[in-house]
Design a protein around this ligand. Sequence first.
Ligand code: DGT
Ligand code: CA
Ligand code: CA
Ligand code: ZN
Length: 574
Amino acid sequence: MNINRQLGAIFQQMADVHTILGDDRFRINAYARSARALDHLGTEVIDDMASLTALDGIGKSTAQKIVEFLQTGKIVAFEELMGRIPPGLIGLLNIPGLGPKTIATLWNQAGIESLEDLKAKLQTDELTALPRMGKKTLDKLRKSIAFAEKSGGRVRLGMAMGLAHWFVEQLDALPQVQRVQYAGSLRRGRETIGDLDLLVAADPQSAKSISEAFTALEPVTEILLGGQTKTSVRIEQGMQVDLRIVSPDQFGAALMYFTGSQQHNVAMRQLALKQGMSLNEYALTRDGEPVAAQTEQAVYEALGLAWIPPELREDHGELALAQSKSLPKLVTLADIGADLHTHTTASDGSWSIREITQHAIARGYHTLAITDHSKGQAQANGLSEQRLEQHIADIRQVAEELKDEITLLAGSEVDILADGSLDYPDSLLAQLDVVVASPHAALTQEPDKATARLLKAIENPYVTMIGHPTGRLILRREGLSPDMPRVIEAAAQRGIALEINANHYRLDLKDDHARMAIAAGVKLAINTDAHGPADFDQLVYGLFTARRAGAAVEHVINCMDQQTLAAWLQSTRL
Ligand code: DGT
Ligand code: CA
Ligand code: CA
Ligand code: ZN
């Protein structure tokens, strides 16, 4: 379990509940700051007051709570605080766009204590009697609730991955376990995950003891299905985790089956039937005799197919490509040599220019672009024109000092304003090496306005790429719904890149749009948008998304070598 994230979520919830209760700002800010600090921390917290209070954003009282949690598994102050509000109110915090202040109003002035209460009141417009609750706001709220219910119970890839790694580690530590692998939508790298699917290879004799050890793991709160080879549990994070135990000689067929997707499985089974064979979760067989089962490769090969990377197993034409041995050679972590969207303390990041550059060097990157926020992003400490000029000079200085180790580029993540103009004048943009133009505000505008907005930004002569083009936050905020085929076509014409923002809340472009971009000949950028130490590691989620889109090295500018990339960046200038 990722302790930092668990603690971060607790402190954020404490900040929210204090806000709902109308408690003092000072305390609220302290908890919110601690939550952010924990989110960005590179290493796991340990129960030591001195090292905890040394961390930026962690005060003495928060540090004491962290120690309490690490030693006892709970925080008494948190539990007492939760007792002060109706339990149903917490669920309302999951509705996108519904913040603790509004929840306080709904509770205090309309007696709303749960999602059910709120939905009942939204049947009519009676809530317009409350402050800041116009008809438009109510409509937005109705849409948000529908959005939240549609995503029902799914979690973000980045959250599920952390949990899966922890379970894999626990199972791997059991001596009876020969192999363990996560499967399902997680292995396919989908942006949200319904439940975790874990697969273990072991001697059938030991299945019982393995499933007992699994159900006894600390985060398990409920056993949904307690068989010997099939076990399902609910864990404290709310997720369901399925465990299957198979004998080692069936592992490949089982892994293929439980990786899915279901549509891919159906297509595979049909292909097997066509060839006079039969495929199920245990083996590929002919006339009841096993043909292949031990590895996925063997099963695919026996059907005349190349091994298909899990990210492509969605029945989007991958079988035909595997048959003609023309699957794309998907981009991997090792192919990435540059990050072109990162933040420093100049705006809302937690690294200095030098620190982030050293981290990029340590990761073996040949190029790094620093792209702090523009002036309109006041809440993110966006840079005024004057500050940007100074920042460019500061970046150039570090670039000169470290030029033998890395190419450090001066950039900006410039806001695309609601009308499509950029937040800095062209004369200033012209001084930059990289211009990531991103929408941050006005994210509920009508689709045709959003389309016009992005098209206008693409026309700017200095823009290098559009960053997180829709501004969505997965399971939180729908973001813009522009006409993506038109935006992609414009980017292709203009010769600029579209970003896959690797942050697991964003993954924006999403997989389907990235696939369209590749087909249209648009170059993709995969950037982490790093704000702090843990963020470079989010690259894996961007890679999953790119791979689901069928991206190979030649589609991704971060895979270019230093010289090619420099020349490509130049080529985007009109
Ligand atoms: P999720 O959990 O909703 O994010 O999506 P998956 O793909 O992980 O789905 P899940 O957990 O229900 O099942 C895992 C895999 O097991 C699924 O991708 C394919 C396979 N599977 C499950 N049920 C069926 C089925 O009824 N037919 C076939 N052919 N495969 C199935
Ligand atoms: Ca699943
Ligand atoms: Ca499942
Ligand atoms: Zn950014």
